[in-house]
Design a protein around this ligand. Sequence first.
Ligand code: NAP
Ligand code: GCO
Length: 265
Amino acid sequence: MENMFNLKGKVALITGASYGIGFAIAKAFAQAGATIVFNDIKQEFVDKGLASYEAEGIKAHGYVCDVTDEDAVNALVATVEKEVGVIDILVNNAGIIKRIPMHEMTAAEFRQVIDVDLNAPFICAKAVIPSMIKKGGGKIINICSMMSELGRETVSAYAAAKGGLKMLTRNIASEYGEYNIQCNGIGPGYIATPQTAPLRERQADGSRHPFDSFIIAKTPAARWGNPEDLAGPAVFLASEASNFVNGHVLYVDGGILAYIGKQPK
Ligand code: NAP
Ligand code: GCO
């Protein structure tokens, strides 16, 4: 059973993994035996990420690459194949959010979110699939969201992207399953990372941010998730244990999607 979750000999590219969810997933992959490759937009963040991995005893390979730039992504994949090895596992983790009421959001802002959160996973998956086919298979994991299923005020672009990412996940699974490529999604709930820090900021009087209290009431686990809560589900979807799981979005949300929410006192 242990071997089913073993990633020894596998090369994993986790995009945008200097910190946050991507870092936690990469750390778990390393602990399962994988070789870690990650990218970030700025050398400064790549360097910080390398230091963080080293502090965990992980010799990661870090590269500067903007995932929205197709030429840069293709060059990254070619460099990784030459310097590290063929990519067996791709985690499309890099992502941004802009919280702006839709009627105030510019088309350029909308496009920017779609570019990173939806176009980039397409670009990265397209770049790794040919070598996965040649190698006899691979794993693609797209980091979806509660917003792959639900909407809320101010996140129109993000929800459109993450909803699209759920269907891109299903389509990659459909088109490449016959090549032993499994493409699945992970849908994190509300996770404590820099991306959600504004939603958890303490108020001037020291009380919880209203959104923080709201999420606690909407989550059966009555807590925010930690990036480490995604480690096991990610290793499962990256390992042989999930070889017949394809086109699935595994929600790791503490039960949010199952729950109407706690009645206000
Ligand atoms: P985060 O803390 O904001 O980190 C996002 C990472 O993506 C950063 O390393 C960032 O690099 C990188 N990135 C952004 N744009 C990029 C680009 N064009 N090219 C390369 N790297 C880029 O986010 P997170 O909370 O860890 O979230 C990671 C993923 O999980 C995202 O896809 C997010 O939508 C999703 N997610 C998050 C939550 C949550 O509650 N936190 C829940 C569900 C889904 P820089 O530092 O250089 O900007
Ligand atoms: C927001 C949050 C969410 C989380 C996550 C939930 O503003 O609602 O940022 O979108 O990031 O996607 O799954």
